[in-house]
Design a protein around this ligand. Structure first.
Ligand SMILES: [Zn+2]
Length: 73
């Protein structure tokens, strides 16, 4: 995993800050303390959350989905 940023969301399992990371293919979302991560293909995220016509990236939509995925682990 390359770029890693902390999000404002906290881990429902330990209360730590959830992280967003990326490598060449995937975006990862999860908790370093719990060592739990979910991932989505970047290609899919771009297709679903980037609106090129309006030049918008639906960041909160992406985070919401990743968070839901994470809590179902
Ligand atoms: Zn955790």
């Amino acid at each position: 995993m390359d770029l890693i940023v902390e999000t404002v969301d906290t881990c429902p399992f330990c209360g730590g800050a959830l992280e967003l990371a990326e490598d060449t293919t995937f975006v990862w979302f999860g908790c370093r303390r719990c060592m739990r991560y979910v991932k989505r293909e970047k290609r899919e995220i771009v297709r679903r959350f980037v609106n090129y016509r309006e030049r918008r990236f639906n960041w909160s939509g992406m985070i919401t989905e990743l968070y839901q995925l994470y809590t179902r682990l």
